[in-house]
Design a protein around this ligand. Structure first.
Ligand SMILES: [Mn+2]
Length: 238
């Protein structure tokens, strides 16, 4: 059987003496998709909507990976001093990919910034920093290495996440922003112990799943407990 093609959105950075623009993607994303039975295809960032539509149409599923903050203008807020680096052009590229993925009825998965930008693409808002979300947030920017879980997450009963990963699990954490108001049709599917949203799904769009942690980094462990997340992405994309 042919492996489903999973389009993963490239990050944007400059490199070398001439600071030329690059399209980047962490190896852990690629390996996790391959290990779960898919083919990883990097979708380069671009500003042309017809190109974006074409890229999405060549993929069987889309994964929006981690990255920098989302520009608060996109959820109608002024920039808070604690908001990090953002790139409006890049945000608009990703939002366009998300809308086209939904239009084409393809599975949409998100990781970390991916969850945040999906929420914004559906009209939701973010807390620009964890300190604005609750009085005593857990440590969500861990010092430990990428594949080491540092906080617990509880999944919603009867959610896809519960089915895939159980009622409670240990996750890694590398985010200083979180969801504030959920976007249209989205529902919380997992929470950290401080009540912050760590996963989203949708009743309206059942092939949507996004998490605030980084499941791809667990591919570095001997036993990859997060592989079911990627297996589900591949299964929905078949
Ligand atoms: Mn976290």
């Amino acid at each position: 059987m042919k492996r489903p093609v999973i389009g993963i959105l490239a990050s944007k950075y400059t490199y070398g003496k001439w600071q030329l623009l690059q399209h980047g993607l962490g190896d852990n994303y690629v390996r996790s998709v391959e290990e779960a039975g898919g083919l990883a295809m990097i979708i380069p960032h671009c500003t042309d909507d017809s190109l974006i539509e074409d890229y999405v149409s060549r993929c069987d599923g889309i994964l929006v990976p981690g990255g920098i903050d989302v520009d608060p203008v996109l959820f109608h807020e002024e920039r808070h001093e604690l908001c990090g680096e953002s790139d409006m052009e890049y945000d608009l590229f990703q939002i366009s990919v998300i809308h086209k993925t939904i239009e084409q009825g393809k599975p949409l998965f998100g990781i970390c910034r991916g969850l945040q930008v999906i929420n914004v693409a559906f009209g939701g808002t973010l807390y620009q920093d964890l300190s604005l979300a609750c009085e005593k947030p857990l440590k969500h920017v861990q010092e430990e290495y990428r594949n080491v879980p540092t906080h617990k997450v509880r999944t919603a009963p009867d959610s896809m996440l519960e089915m895939l990963l159980g009622e409670e699990l240990e996750v890694n954490s590398f985010h200083h922003q979180v969801i504030h108001e959920l976007g249209y049709g989205l529902k919380a599917a997992a929470w950290a112990e401080d009540g912050l949203i760590e996963g989203i799904e949708s009743d309206i769009y059942p092939n949507l799943l996004a998490v605030q942690w980084h499941p791809e980094n667990f591919i570095m462990n001997k036993e990859d407990v997060m592989l079911p997340f990627f297996v589900k992405l591949i299964a929905l994309s078949e």
